[in-house]
Ligand binder design. Sequence first.
Ligand SMILES: Cc1cc2nc3c(=O)[nH]c(=O)nc-3n(C[C@H](O)[C@H](O)[C@H](O)COP(=O)(O)OP(=O)(O)OC[C@H]3O[C@@H](n4cnc5c(N)ncnc54)[C@H](O)[C@@H]3O)c2cc1C
Length: 510
Amino acid sequence: MSDLPSTARVVIIGGGVVGVSTLYHLALKGWTDCVLLEKNELTAGSTWHAAGNCPNFSTSWAVLNMQRYGLELYRGLAGAVDYPMNYHVTGSLRLAHSLERMREFEKVAGLGRAQGLDLEICTPDDLKAQHPFLETHDLEGGLWDPLDGDIDPAQLTQALAKGARELGATISRFNPCTGVRRDGDEWVVETEKGEIRCEKVVNAAGYYAQRVGEMFRPFGGRTVPMVVMSHQYFLTEEIGELAAWTKENGRKVPLVRDVDVSYYLRQDKAGLNLGPYERNCKAHWITPDDPMPQDFSFQLYPDDLERLEYYIEDAMARVPLLGTAGVGRNINGPIPYAPDGLPLIGPMPGVPNAYEAHCFTFGIAQGGGAGKVMSEWLIDGETEWDMWACDPRRYTGYADHDYCLSKALETYGHEYGMHFPHHEWPAGRDKKLSPVDAKIRAAGGQMGAYNGWERANWFAKPGDDTSEDATQTWNRHGPWEPRIRAEVEAVRDGVGVLDLPGFSRFNLSG
Ligand SMILES: Cc1cc2nc3c(=O)[nH]c(=O)nc-3n(C[C@H](O)[C@H](O)[C@H](O)COP(=O)(O)OP(=O)(O)OC[C@H]3O[C@@H](n4cnc5c(N)ncnc54)[C@H](O)[C@@H]3O)c2cc1C
């Protein structure tokens, strides 16, 4: 006999950190009549093998909110649910090789201040004081996040699960969701152990989200815009000098993110953990002759250390201690990417009472906040924070497979890249062209992409620097500035015509 309830308010498909956190937050708010389905054991997707790094830092207001909230939750969670776990709040250092990078840090420190966070700008000497093994001679400075750290992702998920169960929520493990159908205003969720009728359903299936999303297609759903990338980190063997320093100082060295080179390096027990976001990155399961397996629970891709060589060498120069250690273990696992690398969390476009909470690239850091956000969508129909940056509805039909693939490769390869206000990323362009596109370009239009549409940001004159490099700056004064000023003055004093594709149009009837 199955102990699966036949009715529930909400059914969550997927028992990674995000699904379980959603269940926990629903239960905290009194919605205990909810069921989570996991096809294997909890954490079997990406969660079990994650490195567990938990930064506050984000240039997105929505993501900063999720991470800030999550880290606060995690600091009290072991006590709140009586489930001890390994959570090391070591602090972290972001390194800046340029003044432009320092300006990014100043911007995020300002965002952090507005959310009550104390992110500190550092000089090279400050960096050295925090991390004695770091080479700092060629750096401009950095950013110190005192609340960054690393958590055991499986223990975190189990702690959230314990909290949810004790409040009365149900977790059904080894029970795949096999389909969904509508019956009047209700969903009927089909599983291997029986059916559940419910009001609302959440796709929290991690890197399987596109497959689960297909179940919603007959009810107005679309192909989930995502790609599965491979992401690696490797662990070294124990380093005597690091072990001795930790013993003497009673703490681990802080996590280091060399964002201009594109890797993080942190202490793991008495060894080091190095995780790059490499430019020569790799997507998986992207062609019909290489489909995603029906089940990949607790599995990894083969090691691919060659892809990491450049980053390993760079990190050995930054923290020479790394060069003294033998390679221990390599982890190469699936990680889902939406085109912009931000999660899809919110209402499922076009489908009544269905929601999405997946495509998390930093799901361990964001899981706590994601649970809060999702529970608000489900219970209140709106969220406390502005979550548009992560709203699934930000992608419409233009986000086809080619677009998703080219953007995912670009986004992963520039995971730590700076997002300058006048810079337009080159991948996935020309998806939608206005009828006067050719005329606009002939007139010198410098194009940007808005919801798939190409729109002129400004009009260049012969001799203007229209290179991508010229836009890699926080400065307001680029080659565009005099041209935009002239346009604004022309429209102020005379008349002008604008072609503005990329805005929403509503057809209203009745
Ligand atoms: C090598 C590596 C290192 C990482 N390091 C970090 C890090 O340091 N910090 C960080 O924040 N993030 C990190 N991540 C990312 C992190 O692992 C993910 O963002 C996070 O685990 C996503 O959680 P999730 O709950 O969305 O998905 P998942 O953990 O993938 O969970 C989805 C679950 O859905 C289940 N499922 C699928 N289909 C069905 C179905 N039909 N029925 C029932 N259940 C189903 C799956 O079995 C799975 O358990 C790392 C990822 C990788 C690959």
